[in-house]
Design a protein around this ligand. Structure first.
Ligand SMILES: [Zn+2]
Length: 233
């Protein structure tokens, strides 16, 4: 990663999305000396099949799990924006919350999810598509323009220009990141999401196979893949 990228914010829908989509890349960026922060739009309060679980308890559990995973990867701060799981909408309120996060974190690079519906149903969950759309709209133009959300300027949140967005991408990706050296950290971070992973051995097998498949064309043991947008203005 070039010198022009020093600060990175990963914007995702749910606790655990960053680790699944970009955990090894995050660990690699931290090793390269970049400051990485997380912004998570929903509280994950529906991600349980346990009939005795309550949404309130689940929110607290998932925040704790996400903080633990962030610590494993060396992520500096985690923002929980608190929108309800599976009910994320692209509204003025959600766009303003993400714009505020971008202006606070001031990233050069935003890593976002994939805004498109694909055949990978888990990866193209509606919250993921909506979170990605919001993230990209907030990068350009909402975080950049001082007259967007005057409330934020009143709070001292000055406009900010993001230089690049890397969308999590799997079909003919332009950017294939060699994460062979940080794959173990990704697995360790994923394992922090105890409430979400009933069979960690099976998850590890699936995640490693997928990363190996993505790395194969480039000759990498493991890869994570993205579609970059470079913002010129
Ligand atoms: Zn998710």
């Amino acid at each position: 990663m070039t010198e022009r990228i020093q600060r990175v914010t990963v914007i995702t829908a749910h606790p655990d999305d960053s680790e699944f989509g970009a955990g090894a890349t995050v660990a690699k960026l931290v090793r390269e000396g970049k400051v990485v922060t997380y912004c998570i739009l929903t509280n994950g309060n529906k991600g349980s099949s346990d009939r005795a679980m309550t949404p309130e308890r689940l929110v607290a559990i998932r925040e704790e799990e996400q903080r633990n995973a962030a610590r494993v990867l060396g992520v500096e701060t985690v923002d929980f924006l608190g929108f309800p799981d599976c009910e994320l909408e692209d509204t003025r309120a959600s766009r303003m919350a993400v714009t505020a996060a971008i202006r606070r974190h001031r990233p050069d690079l935003v890593i976002a999810q994939n805004p498109h519906r694909t055949k990978l149903l888990g990866a193209s969950h509606r919250d993921h598509r909506i979170a990605a759309g919001i993230a990209i709209d907030c990068v350009y133009p909402l975080a950049r323009d001082h007259m967007a959300f005057p409330e934020l300027m009143a709070q001292g949140l000055e406009p900010h220009k993001v230089k690049e967005v890397h969308m999590m991408w799997w079909e003919n990706p332009e950017l294939v990141v060699d994460v062979s050296d940080t794959m173990d950290l990704k697995i360790k971070a994923l394992a922090c999401h105890v409430s979400q992973l009933k069979d960690m051995a099976a998850v590890e097998k699936r995640v490693r196979e997928r990363a190996a498949e993505l790395g194969k064309p480039k000759g990498y043991a493991y890869a994570e893949t993205f579609e970059p947008i470079v913002i010129e203005r």
